[in-house]
Design a protein around this ligand. Sequence first.
Ligand SMILES: Cc1cc2nc3c(=O)[nH]c(=O)nc-3n(C[C@H](O)[C@H](O)[C@H](O)COP(=O)(O)O)c2cc1C
Length: 384
Amino acid sequence: MTSPLFRPLEAGELSLPHRVLMAPLTRNRAGEGNVPGEMNATYYRQRASAGLIVTEASQVAPKGQGYPRTPGIHSDEQVDGWKLVTNAVHEADGRIVLQLWHVGRISHSSYHGGEKPVAPSAIAAEGETLTANMEMKPFETPHALETDEVADVVEQYRRGAERALEAGFDGVEIHGANGYLIDQFLRSGSNKRTDRYGGSLENRLRFLQEVVDAVVDVWGAERVGLRLSPLSGFNSMSDDTPVETFTAASRVADEAGLAYLHLVEPSDPKPPVTGDGEVREVFSAIRDVFAGVLIANGNYDSETASHAVESGYADAVTFGRSFLANPDLPRRLREGLPVNVPDESTFYNGGAEGYTDYPTWDEIQNGEAEIETIDQLAELAARG
Ligand SMILES: Cc1cc2nc3c(=O)[nH]c(=O)nc-3n(C[C@H](O)[C@H](O)[C@H](O)COP(=O)(O)O)c2cc1C
């Protein structure tokens, strides 16, 4: 019997040949000026057999950057760089959407000529971050955006969406997850504003609503997705009423008619599909309000992903670390083949190593693979 993962799926105007999708993965390997180049195009081309590629997050404006060498979508050079990527993926018969990003307070003044990062409220995230000078420094208290400055940031998303269209993507995903700017507006722990962008839930949703409207204006709803991470505490996030907040945010996506909603699930300690308590509550509430395609993410393997789709819990699954390490992941899952093990030490830095040198199954069979990978495979086999 064909696994439910390998049934085609229509997500708005995106026709996906199967449901094994690639999750967005920041890899910090853009060139000078945060411009994508040939090496990035090779990496994405290698993964074109994904049902859909969601690119690494791409900042819509210089102030939207918070890490070294993340690719932007705010300059002509970046558009040209992304064209290398979209052409490479399309030549290999793939589909690719750009993840639109603004980090908000998860940044540092060293990226902005000494100016503070921006956020809904002047509340610093806890912990330290990597500065533009490659030092670890505590997060700074951000500048709380003035009411009229919020409109400028919405315009940056619109402009990023326009540039993504110009760069030849098949669509865009709005990054509303993981404690970055949209999430900072959504959640009560980071949004203490008293104007129309804060206070009540309705007000906390307004920034998301305006970004969705601006991006849909450019692309049409059927080529726009939204990523959310309900319950995630990453980047010092918290909310007093997470079930209400994320049900309401999902309703924004539903009412806009977005192509898909992409949920990052708390994956520890259990695979999400078997989660219970508040996890179960929030995800089933979202399933009830969002009529479109629901994409699940977080520590899935072939078995749990098949179960998620078969049971109707989700329509498709994105794979992050396993796609990073297995350029031909759909084939590996379809044929039940062993998988390469991701090397965490090269996730966020380096060049081609740990980036474009993970072998396909054919390369392993032909003896073209690195010895380390074969060792890793043996180790994996030994672990059962
Ligand atoms: C190296 C790395 C980079 C990531 N970059 C992004 C990103 O740019 N945007 C995003 O929404 N999530 C990002 N994530 C989160 C992943 O998309 C995904 O939610 C997470 O890895 C869990 O899925 P997995 O268990 O299949 O890896 C990143 C994760 C990793 C490991």
